[in-house]
Design a protein around this ligand. Structure first.
Ligand SMILES: [Zn+2]
Length: 97
């Protein structure tokens, strides 16, 4: 992966190029629709930001694949059962006192 230099103060590079943070939020869909539109417009005219978004999207989809599977419903059901039994035994113990 090529490390792109952080944007410097000079604007000769590109007009209003987007920061990585903003692009990240865009990929993560953390932005309002107004912000998203601004980014879409910018991406339309900026290959470097567009490719960065492509990289982020790839990372996000890879991360999604690596995420552990959600707890199977069976496990959470058994967990609840165990908690219920635990509670029962406590109540039972109290009764015997
Ligand atoms: Zn740009």
């Amino acid at each position: 992966m090529n490390t792109q230099p952080k944007l410097k103060a000079d604007e000769s590079n590109h007009l209003n190029c987007l920061s990585e943070g903003v692009l990240n939020d865009y990929v993560d869909q953390n932005l309002s629709s107004a912000e998203r539109i601004q980014i879409v417009v910018h991406l339309d005219s900026c290959e470097s930001c567009k490719s960065m978004v492509g990289d982020f999207q790839e990372i996000v989809s890879l991360a999604a694949e690596l995420k552990p599977a959600p707890v199977p419903s069976d496990v959470s059901r058994r967990l609840r059962q165990r908690l219920a039994q635990d509670l029962d035994s406590k109540l039972f113990a109290n009764k015997n006192n």
